[in-house]
Design a protein around this ligand. Structure first.
Ligand code: NDP
Ligand code: MG
Length: 391
């Protein structure tokens, strides 16, 4: 077999957001399975040092640095190598059009990941989807575009990967409901009098998962679960009534599907994002891994609790947005991104995050069937309103 043929048997992956928590773990998976995958494209926001280091190791076809100020540095560092270097938001969106990309891992954080994912779908690239905000902002448009282009969205988010794994071989069977599990985050069991004084250092200490800052704060407020409810609705065509959240502090059961006959299937394992990332890359196959194995005797009890909607109103807010539809989830996401940013910069308190989102939702003009342009407008307005509130 020639080198060229060998190359073709490997899945060539565009790792969007390669310098992040999901991105680096995806590169761990690619590194451990060089016979199966190559990194065709790497992209970063502004972390040029890590992008250069990754590019030197993985020798991708191209890299994109979103922050144009970092372009020269990346360009010079990669000059002796046969690696194309691009910069800026436009390049980030266009890079997914490359013929040689077999799959796009959408692991940029937040709204910034939307346009490249939509363009990848339009270019018929299968998507491994970590960026849940894409479906929160534009679930209707993204799933419709995927359907029109016969493109599959393979979930990377652990709960959604769990549901997807439970559905393998069952796609023709009706789902009665799903249970999304939630660890409860660092403040499980805490009430508002405690939460009003928590600092970002406490909020950034997730008990079970090591993740990027934004999703870690979302986990502490439970907004992450709210976003995941909306993500699940679009990925699996579910109604609000079919989605339930159950607190499961050990994070061993990653989610559950209940079928029409009452049978429930759960997917379990130690919390490790590399598994759902790898499954999204290899579906419908599974390949061996050296991830640590679960030992029942280390977990004599798996426990379950009801979410506390009084102390953590974010889930209910997301459910309301899901029920009303239109551009509300887009506004919820934008306000949340600004509020989390403000909290991380010590501008507002922990409880102000949900309060800010609620205020913005009360002010946004409702549009029932928004176009992508309307959603972009809603995103902008919600950000402006949230910034006015957070100062
Ligand atoms: P990180 O913050 O760790 O990484 C984000 C990545 O996006 C980085 O590569 C960052 O580049 C890049 N980026 C940030 N802003 C921009 C921008 N404006 N333009 C281009 N690139 C940008 O996030 P995570 O890896 O934790 O999360 C990524 C996505 O995956 C999120 O949507 C999250 O909800 C989802 N997810 C994450 C999980 C996890 O375990 N981490 C679990 C389930 C879902 P740079 O490093 O240069 O800033
Ligand atoms: Mg998750």
């Amino acid at each position: 077999m020639s080198t060229n043929d060998e190359q073709q048997t490997k899945k060539r992956i565009a790792v969007m957001g390669s310098t992040g928590s999901i991105g680096t773990q995806a590169l761990d998976v690619i590194r451990a399975n060089k016979d199966h995958f190559t990194a065709e494209v790497l992209t970063a926001g502004s972390n040029s040092d890590l992008l250069i280091k990754q590019a030197l190791e993985f020798q991708p076809n191209a890299v994109v640095i979103a922050d144009e100020k970092e372009y020269q540095k990346v360009k010079e560092a990669l000059l002796p190598h046969d690696i194309k270097v691009f910069a800026g938001e436009k390049s980030l969106v266009q890079i997914v059009e490359m013929e040689s990309i077999d799959m796009v891992l959408a692991s940029i954080v937040g709204y910034a990941g939307l346009s490249s994912t939509i363009n990848a779908i339009k270019n018929k690239k299968p998507i491994a989807l970590a960026n849940k905000e894409t479906l929160v902002v534009a679930g209707e448009i993204v799933t419709r575009t995927a359907l029109e282009n016969a493109v599959n969205l393979f979930p990377v988010d652990s709960e959604h990967s769990a549901i997807f794994q439970c559905l393998a071989g069952e796609f023709h069977n009706k789902i009665e409901k799903i249970y999304l599990t939630a660890s409860g985050g660092p403040f499980r069991g805490k009430k508002k009098d405690f939460l009003q004084n928590v600092k970002k250092e406490q909020a950034l200490k997730h008990p079970n998962w090591s993740m990027g800052e934004k999703i870690t704060i979302d986990s502490a407020t439970m907004m992450n679960k709210g976003l995941e409810i909306i993500e699940a609705k679009w990925l699996f065509s579910l109604k609000k009534e079919q989605i339930d959240v159950i607190i499961h502090p050990q994070s061993i059961i990653h989610s559950i599907v209940q079928f029409e006959d009452g049978s429930m299937k759960a997917q379990m394992g130690l919390p490790d994002m590399k598994l759902p990332i790898q499954y999204a890359f290899t579906y419908p196959d599974r390949i061996p891994s050296s991830f640590p194995r679960f030992d029942f005797l280390n977990y004599p009890q798996l426990t379950f609790e009801k979410p506390d909607h009084e102390s953590f109103p974010a889930i209910q807010m997301a459910l309301d947005c899901l029920q009303k539809g239109g551009n509300l989830a887009c506004a919820l996401n934008a306000a949340n991104e600004i509020a989390v940013h403000a909290f991380l910069h010590d501008k507002i308190s922990f409880l102000d995050i949900a309060a800010t989102v609620e205020k913005v939702l009360g002010k946004i003009n409702f549009v029932q069937s928004p176009s992508i342009e309307t959603l972009m407008e809603t995103d902008k307005t919600a950000r402006t309103l949230a910034k006015e509130i957070t100062g």
